[in-house]
Design a protein around this ligand. Sequence first.
Ligand code: GLN
Length: 282
Amino acid sequence: MSDPSSPLSIEAALGLGASRIDSDTARLDTELLLCHLLDKPRSYLFTWPDKELTVAQRDEFLVLLERRVAGEPVAHLTGLRDFWTLTLEVSPDTLIPRGDTETLVEAALVLLPDGAFRVADLGTGTGAIALALASERPHWQVQACDRVEAAAELARRNQTRNAVPNVEILTGSWCEPLHGEFDMIVSNPPYIEADDPHLSQGDVRYEPLSALVAAESGLADIRLIADQCRTRLKSGGWLLLEHGYNQAEAVERLLVASGYDKIELIRDLAGQPRVTKARWPG
Ligand code: GLN
């Protein structure tokens, strides 16, 4: 490792991060930390590789780098994560929005055009899904809820930060705080099994278990949501749920048993089962 008191150029900082962070995304992680620290876009790093960090910047970089090396998610170190076209504040109170979830956003946008549609996002966390949908469909009336008050407050800050007016953010569990009936309800609920080894690796170690883990092999919350939405969806309304790649058949079975029809599986960009869409016949 370089002498911590010697000057550090941008290029050297990138090299140091890439060699120290044990992650597939080590170089990107370092770029994001430097952009945050310097308050510059990524292009700046490639335009000025020889620029030396100030002493204060270097010291802060070395602290952030050690925290990243110890496993903390980049999004917790920068406090921000890009999702869809938005930049979202993140905190340890919620899941960090993932690229996979853009599959759900895309599927929802395909289903309904802009217009006076009523849409709900259950367990909104940072507000990622609700804010992405509302920003693309300014005439939709979106309600988003989270039972964790700190998450609902975070989602409200993200609403202000991204200037998306057509979302109402409520506090409460699943459908309980919603008012009225909906043309579409979407959710990325907890769906991981409590003993899944994935939970001891990477960013998930720093995320709330309540946002990740569900009973009944990860299906308990999906079951609850499917049941509650039967009285919240208009006749012909759509339910879209994110789930694990190996849960597609179980989710389909429980949706059929709950009386939904036109069930369709949607895969993510990696080709993995990711979202199931179903219609409430009413
Ligand atoms: N897809 C996330 C993961 O595997 C989990 C998201 C969730 O449980 N809703 O890390």
